[in-house]
Design a protein around this ligand. Structure first.
Ligand code: AMP
Length: 226
């Protein structure tokens, strides 16, 4: 972990379409800077698995590749931000996705005396997203992400991070749902790029390249923004 940048809490937002690499990069930033990754997708999948009321409502929307209601998502994020481990700084992965969520985040941060250090837009071409998404899997034990073409475990069938041997694929990582997820991104989330640009916190990163190079560019932004 980079000790010299551990002084102030940070709030970083990762913006980008499904498959842009938000989850992979958030995990790398978490490890490097001691920030906590908050993925509303992960929180919603946990709610679905636990069978909570919010999870039951969210499931059909997620399966269809739509956006879960602002009310549910904001409530889930508010609860997670109230937990102590987030005090040293967070990377928001997949939130906000609508203007109502962006405004709710502003209010939540204001209540906590925090502000957004950087909103990083991972810039990618839509055409590459279907290949990226349909090949991905995660370790069932530790959540490390892999890809059939771009990031295979060093030893086939064994997680590099924890040695686990079970991998899972997301139910919504299929060709049909990806099209809806991309459409939702362009209609509802992409306008947030202009919102954060007008606030002076937007940073753009070319995310079509190699994972390590993108992580390097993000690391520089984090160091400069704290
Ligand atoms: P993700 O893991 O970020 O790709 O999210 C998976 C799915 O969860 C999305 O396709 C949405 O259905 C739902 N979801 C995650 N985050 C949000 C959000 N901030 N607002 C609305 N729906 C969300």
């Amino acid at each position: 972990m980079d000790a010299q940048v551990q002084t102030r809490p940070a709030v970083l937002i990762l913006l980008g379409p499904p498959g842009a690499g938000k989850g992979t990069q958030a995990r790398m930033l978490e490890e490097r800077f001691g920030l906590v990754q908050l993925s509303t997708g992960d929180l919603l999948r946990a709610a679905v698995a636990a069978g909570t009321e919010a999870g039951r409502e969210a499931k059909a929307v997620m399966d269809a590749g739509g956006l879960v209601s602002d009310e549910i998502v904001i409530a889930i994020l508010r609860d997670r931000l109230a937990q102590e481990d987030t005090a040293s700084g967070v990377i928001l992965d997949g939130f906000p996705r609508t203007s109502a969520q962006a405004e709710a985040l502003d209010r939540l941060l204001e209540e906590n005396g925090q502000q957004i250090n950087a909103a990083i837009s991972l810039e990618v071409e839509d055409a590459a997203m279907v290949t990226r998404i349909s090949g991905r899997s995660t370790c069932a034990t530790c959540g490390e992400g892999y890809h059939d073409s771009f990031k295979q475990p060093e030893k086939a069938g064994t997680c590099d991070k924890c040695g686990g041997s079970e991998f899972k694929r997301r139910a919504d990582d299929n060709v049909e749902t990806v099209a809806s997820r991309l459409a939702a991104y362009h209609a509802q989330t992409a306008p947030l790029i202009a919102y954060y640009e007008s606030r002076g916190v937007l940073r753009r990163v070319d995310a079509m390249g190699e994972i390590g190079a993108i992580a390097g560019a993000l690391g520089e932004i984090v160091v400069a923004a704290r």
